[in-house]
Design a protein around this ligand. Structure first.
Ligand SMILES: Nc1ncnc2c1ncn2[C@@H]1O[C@H](COP(=O)(O)OP(=O)(O)OP(=O)(O)O)[C@@H](O)[C@H]1O
Ligand SMILES: [Mg+2]
Length: 441
């Protein structure tokens, strides 16, 4: 869309080192994007800062002016909420009245674009990614979507921790219209964004986060057309849990991704237990182009299920194309019980304890051929507990797997407890005393 700028905007000066802008003396250009130039500068109180200035000569080449201004407005709003936000969300120190320039902290180590050169092991990448997810979750809690998560918008502080910046600057209409690489966002943009819609939900940011996880693990931009998880599998050496998490983030249909960053963080915490996190290749529905699965359910019951899921889906967070707006904050699904009561490894540990109980009760029964009534009762109880523990590993349903596991374990315990093993095991002749009739001595 053509932009009409006021003459004053076109007359913006070409900034030079030594100029004082927004109270900071410019020293050196540290980066240039499609719409702005970033300077290292010295503030009045002597701090090293970054000054980002919109480049009016580039208007309409990269970001459009409204998209740029919208991003500055959103960052300004987040800065006002900084008490509630982690340090991984960038703050503005000063903003120009026309929203064309701002001052922010200088990122000591540049941006995440440089991370592949560090060749981090997966666990270091996961630690970094977890902090990044924390920043996105905090912004979502405030009703703000990022909508342009890509390596150059993730700055690195002195400890190489992420600082998320440039909120809401993606020019999504240009992206949908096929702009070449869309300022580097194309490999990270969700299919519904590329199709020109679907930008009002956290799931688009979750898609970009999944792509960013791939970037960290692959050491390069992911291929925009790759199937979910395929590139990580082809790379080899990536822990299975991380492949499954990336697969679930990058499913083409938004309803098959994590719905909230809190859910993604929960899976990251337990990624070592691969079978409990993300989506396996067999579990993932065959990827179909965005929209097809939603518009043409393959079976009627699936259509009903999808409608039910959509009815219970989270409300939109932001309305395009204006700045992201507020909605009831929510960062994770409601839990039946807090995570400390159900740590990720709990089922495996309880199952191991259950197996030990079963072995113990079999041994006790073998060593006491004529068990007393009291011992039989104790053995029955121990066996029931052991069976419940072992059955906890089974997940009969994908829906609410934890609740279904606990119910199944309780049912199993009850059945085992009620079963009369000596009665079942005894030969028929011994079940009921047979009247031998007269003649017996
Ligand atoms: N606060 C900062 N401290 C240090 N370097 C920065 C800072 N902000 C941005 N940069 C550097 O400046 C470069 C240009 O940033 P800019 O946001 O203008 O463009 P971009 O993110 O690469 O792409 P786009 O044109 O989509 O915005 C970044 O790649 C980053 O390395
Ligand atoms: Mg940027």
């Amino acid at each position: 869309m053509a932009q009409i700028l006021p003459p004053s905007a076109l007359a913006a000066p070409a900034w030079q080192a030594g100029d004082v802008v927004l109270g900071a003396r410019l020293e050196e250009v540290v980066g240039q994007g499609s719409a702005a130039t970033v300077w290292r500068a010295r503030s009045a109180d002597g701090d090293l800062v970054a000054v980002k200035l919109f480049d009016t000569t580039k208007c309409n080449v990269g970001l459009t002016l409204p998209a740029y201004r919208r991003g500055v407005q959103v960052m300004n709003r987040l800065t006002a909420l900084s008490d509630r936000l982690p340090p991984t969300v960038a703050r503005l120190r000063c903003v120009s009245l026309n929203l064309l320039g701002f001052v922010t902290d200088l990122a000591a180590e540049g941006s995440a674009v440089s991370l592949p050169a560090r060749a981090w092991p997966p666990e270091r990448s996961v630690a970094f990614f977890r902090k990044l997810c924390g920043a996105v979750a905090a912004a979502h809690d405030e009703g703000v979507l990022h909508r342009c998560i890509k390596p150059s918008n993730i700055l690195l502080d002195a400890a190489l921790d992420p600082v998320l910046t440039d909120f809401d600057t993606a020019d999504l209409p240009a992206l949908a219209a096929g702009s070449a690489d869309a300022c580097g966002y194309r490999p990270y943009a969700a299919p519904e964004e590329l199709a020109g819609g679907g930008t009002q939900s956290p799931t688009a940011d979750i898609y970009a986060l999944g792509r960013l996880l791939e970037f960290l693990l692959l050491g390069r931009d992911p291929d925009a057309g790759a199937q979910p998880g395929a590139e990580l599998e082809a790379q080899g050496g990536v822990p299975e849990g991380l492949v499954r998490i990336a697969r679930k983030c990058t499913m083409p249909a938004p309803e098959e991704r994590y719905q909230w960053v809190g859910d993604l963080l929960e899976d990251l915490d337990g990624h070592e237990s691969a079978e409990f996190v993300g989506l396996g290749r067999d579990e993932a529905p065959a990827p179909v182009p965005y929209g097809v699965s939603a518009l043409a359910p393959r079976t009627p019951w699936l259509g009903r299920l999808r409608r039910a899921v959509r009815r219970s889906a989270p409300p939109p967070l932001a309305a395009a194309p204006g700045p992201s707006t507020t909605s009831p904050p929510r960062s994770g699904r409601r839990r039946l019980w807090p995570r400390r009561l159900w740590p990720r490894r709990a089922p495996a540990s309880v199952a191991a304890a259950g197996a030990a109980l079963l072995v113990g009760s079999v041994l006790a029964a073998a060593l006491a051929p004529r068990p007393s009534e009291a011992l039989l009762d104790a053995l029955r109880l121990v066996t029931a507990l052991g069976a419940a523990g072992v059955s906890l590993l089974m997940s009969p349903l994908r829906v609410a797997p934890r609740a279904s596991r606990v119910l199944a374990a309780a049912a199993c315990a009850l059945l085992v407890y009620l079963a009369d093993f000596p009665e079942l095991a005894a030969p028929p002749a011994s079940r009921a005393p047979v009247e031998r009739g007269s003649g017996a001595p």
